[in-house]
Design a protein around this ligand. Structure first.
Ligand code: PHE
Length: 450
């Protein structure tokens, strides 16, 4: 059998899987979702989704992947019954669409990195808003950055799991965390920042509608990379002594902590400089340059360096996530169609590159590219986060809870009996009943069936 490679050390496992989870979902999507859905109440529901649905969901994907040690489709087919492979197919499709629109935003980050190095991001709030509008509505530049990002991802993935992913994560993930804390402090010290802190910490439940539940659910799954079979694919490279429960819990906590730090970085500053909290996908791009300029007003050089470091680390965080999305499809085409890894990677790159171009144009120069009254980019985002990810997680839960042999799940859960099975019954109860029922209820409520 072909040697698929495994992740090197325990730390590498946590960091690379956390690298998939931590990305633009935390730093770009979480703040704007929070801003559009009322602040603190959304965050509480989001955290509830992570704890009650996210962690058991992650463990389930880990069980499928590590047991089968193969690509997503084969893994699902191996673990229960043959047709379960369709859950894997769904995951591959979902992650391909996500990569397509995610690369657009990752491309914006690349542009902002370039602009911060060349000193183009210095100006007052209206200049920064105008800058974003001009750039994102250009027909060519955002497409080039976005497609460039897909190509960088391709390069790393085509090199293989061990080489590309592990090395950089070890150093840059902790650095991102430190930088976030520094920017949070700077943002909270801006005049008028307390309103933003209040917005994040004082829940107003009068704004909570059924849609907020679905948005929070989608955000939790998106941020944890859950429901795309991505965690299943990564778990297929885990070692037999990796503690699945502990890894899932640690990654979920780290991921949520980074999201909340991102909120604390954005909202105090947004309130301070007068950017609307519900400005949508442009929120971080029009808020942060103001922080870098105003918080370090006496020491512009420090603001300049922090801005460059921040965008560089944001690009890196996005890359560790796009690598994981790309890896799902590449492993599938490589192992199922017996294509060389590089060729398999090219299939993904071509499809995603095309999605990136259309999504980019739909938010910029050709906003008439609409689906169901939304730009193609918003459509891809809503379709994946609100429908495809919860559907993937729903069927994975049903599969593990009702169809997979209990002994197999227990063996993976306890590493063949070498760990205690303390939470096993609670986990099994959760995947049998709680996870599928909650997802179903949120769906039914959203579509006004109950
Ligand atoms: N979790 C990633 C983020 O927060 C996005 C992602 C979604 C990655 C699905 C892989 C699969 O940025």
């Amino acid at each position: 059998m072909e040697n698929r490679g495994t992740f090197g050390s325990k730390l590498a496992i946590i960091l690379t899987t956390a690298g998939s989870a931590v990305g633009l979902g935390n730093i770009w999507r979480f703040p704007f979702m929070t801003g559009q859905n009322g602040g603190a109440a959304f965050i509480l529901i989001y955290l509830g989704c992570v704890l009650i649905l996210g962690i058991p969901g992650m463990i389930s994907e880990f069980v499928v992947g590590r047991y089968s040690q193969s690509n997503a489709a084969r893994a699902y087919g191996n673990v229960g019954f043959k047709r379960a492979k369709y859950i894997g197919y769904l995951g591959i499709l979902t992650s391909t669409i996500i990569l397509g629109f995610y690369a657009v935003v990752a491309g914006w980050c690349l542009q902002y990195l370039y602009a911060s190095i060349t000193g183009k991001l210095i100006g007052d709030t209206s200049y920064i808003i105008e800058y974003f509008k001009n750039f994102s509505s250009d027909p060519i530049r955002p497409c080039l950055w976005g497609v460039g990002f897909v190509l960088i991802t391709h390069y790393v993935v085509a090199k293989g799991v061990n080489d590309g992913i592990e090395r950089a994560s070890k150093l840059l993930m902790p650095l991102l965390l430190i930088l976030l804390v520094i920017i949070v402090i700077a943002s909270c010290l801006l005049p008028g920042a307390s309103k933003g802190i209040e917005f994040l910490l004082k829940p107003d439940f009068s704004k909570v509608s059924s849609n907020v539940f679905l948005e929070a659910l989608g955000q939790a799954f998106f941020s944890l990379s859950l429901g795309t079979a991505c965690l299943c694919t990564y778990a297929s490279y885990f070692k037999k002594d990796t503690n699945l429960v502990k890894s899932a819990t640690q990654i979920a906590l780290l991921d949520s902590m980074i999201a909340i730090l991102a909120g604390l970085m954005i909202f105090p500053a947004a309130f301070s400089v007068g950017v609307q909290p519900d400005s949508g996908p442009s929120l971080i791009f029009i808020t942060l340059p103001n922080v870098f300029r105003q918080a370090f007003v006496g020491m512009p050089i420090i603001g300049f360096v922090i801005a460059i470091l921040f965008y560089a680390l944001l690009v890196f965080a996005a890359l560790t996530s796009t690598i994981s999305m790309h890896e799902i499809g590449t492993a599938f085409f490589h192992e199922e169609l017996h294509l060389p890894r590089n060729k398999a990677a090219w299939i993904l790159t071509t499809v995603c590159g095309l999605i990136t171009i259309f999504c980019s144009l739909s938010v910029g120069a050709y906003s008439q590219i609409q689906v169901f009254g939304m730009s193609l980019m918003d459509f891809c985002d809503s379709l994946t986060a609100q429908i495809m990810l919860p559907t993937g997680a729903f069927f994975t839960s049903i599969l593990i809870g009702w169809f997979v042999e209990r002994k197999l799940v227990l063996n993976e859960f306890t590493n063949n009996g070498s760990l205690k099975a303390t939470f096993f019954s609670a986990y099994l109860f959760s995947v049998k009943f709680i996870v599928p029922l909650c997802i179903l209820l949120i769906f039914l409520h959203q579509f006004h069936i109950i």
